[in-house]
Design a protein around this ligand. Structure first.
Ligand SMILES: NC(=O)c1ccc[n+]([C@@H]2O[C@H](COP(=O)([O-])OP(=O)(O)OC[C@H]3O[C@@H](n4cnc5c(N)ncnc54)[C@H](O)[C@@H]3O)[C@@H](O)[C@H]2O)c1
Length: 355
């Protein structure tokens, strides 16, 4: 394990969790988190980083000057910085492009100049929307589900694998992530930068500042906790749209393994998610929230679909499971209990952000 690690987006949900996990596992390592605090609530992670003696730099990946190789002499870069919302691509395209694409170029230049290895957090959103909307689905009483018979490559009852075709539009967010993946592979080949790419499905857990356009499971638990209204958007307003969820602790176990086995995993692109057994529809999410919080909240049906939305995404993580032996272990019930406990322990601080 190298000496110095730079976590970009290090005040965000995944970035701060990785930094703290690394510091707990390797107290002697220097961990630096860089973030521009664009995400509302990211500032709440700063005292946590300080508590674990993690250095924080207020910086912006859009600015090459903030990624100065003479200052950031690191051996490992973990890139968790992004505008991670699909909807942001429809409202703030400049920010999405500048951060998620130009930012990647600046990060790759830092990796080239410092000879650091790069672990990149990509997204299931690299898969195009129209083919995802044409999956063979069956409508069950509480959810949509994948049929056994599918016509496309890379889809089975287990979900979407890395073989799913990439042709078609995918939202600006997804496009900036896929373009970043392509550039990362070019830098890997041209400059021998070791890289690993994780295409994550929905990741959740405590310290995620869930909002309407990103972090749906925290949004749902919080709305029940604080008694705020919700809506089932699109698909007839039935709440049958499905996602798989991965608890942050499961992701951290995988990333720890990947950092320990970087050389053998160099150049790999993995789908990483909770899989079918950790998937929920919104309707099922509501039922789980009611049983954990003991509260119901008002949920309206909104018939108009959100731009860039898909009725179902379930990650087939077979490849990463086969290559690493890793498995997601935390079930949705335990993930929601964790979120509930975190909100209840930090109610006053979180109320302005989550309610
Ligand atoms: N959470 C998920 O469900 C999920 C799923 C798939 C992929 N991802 C990817 O994982 C990564 C981390 O996501 P997250 O859930 O922690 O999101 P997050 O919003 O909590 O964290 C991202 C952090 O990046 C920071 N940031 C934004 N623009 C920046 C800039 N120009 N310069 C420096 N920092 C900037 C934000 O302030 C924030 O703290 C992202 O790349 C995201 O695309 C997340």
């Amino acid at each position: 394990m190298p000496e110095q690690v730079l976590v970009l987006g290090g005040a965000g949900f995944i970035g701060s969790s990785i930094a703290i996990e690394l510091k707990k596992n390797y107290p002697e390592r220097k961990i630096i988190c860089l973030d521009n605090l664009r995400r509302r609530g990211s500032e709440l992670n700063l005292p946590r980083l300080k508590h674990f003696s993690i250095e924080f730099i207020h910086g912006d990946i859009r600015s090459p000057a903030d990624l100065d190789p003479s200052v950031l002499k690191v051996e490992t870069i973990i890139d968790c910085s992004a505008e991670p919302s699909v909807l942001a691509g429809f409202t703030s395209p400049q920010y999405v492009l500048q951060t998620n694409l130009l930012g990647t170029i600046n990060i790759l230049e830092l990796a080239r100049l410092t000879k650091a290895r790069l672990l990149f957090l990509s997204t299931s959103r690299v898969y195009p929307i129209a083919p995802l909307k044409s999956l063979n689905l069956v409508e069950l009483s509480t959810r949509f589900a994948l049929k056994a018979e599918q016509t496309s490559l890379g889809v089975s009852e287990l979900g979407i694998s890395e073989d799913f075709p990439l042709q078609g539009y995918r939202s600006l967010y997804g496009a900036t992530k896929l373009a970043s993946e392509l550039l990362i592979e070019e830098y890997r080949q041209a400059y021998n930068i070791p890289t690993i790419i994780n295409r994550c499905g929905v990741v959740t857990g405590s310290w995620q500042m869930g909002k309407v356009d990103q972090g749906v499971f925290v949004l749902w638990v919080a709305a029940h906790y604080f008694q705020k209204p919700l809506s089932y958007i699109g698909y007839g307003g039935t709440g049958k749209q499905v996602r798989d969820l991965l608890h942050i602790q499961d992701l951290l176990r995988l990333i720890t393994h990947q950092l320990q086995h970087f050389t053998e995993l160099d150049g790999e692109v993995f789908n990483v998610g909770g899989g079918v057994s950790n998937s929920l529809s919104l309707l099922e999410t509501t039922q789980l929230c009611q049983s954990i919080t003991g509260k119901s909240t008002q949920i309206t049906a909104s018939l108009e679909e959100r731009p860039g939305d898909v009725p179902l995404f379930i990650t087939d993580s077979s490849k990463v499971i086969a290559r690493t032996g890793w498995q997601p272990l935390i079930k949705p019930e335990a993930a929601f209990e964790d979120i509930y406990q975190w909100i209840s322990d930090n109610e006053a601080t979180l109320s302005p952000i989550l309610s």
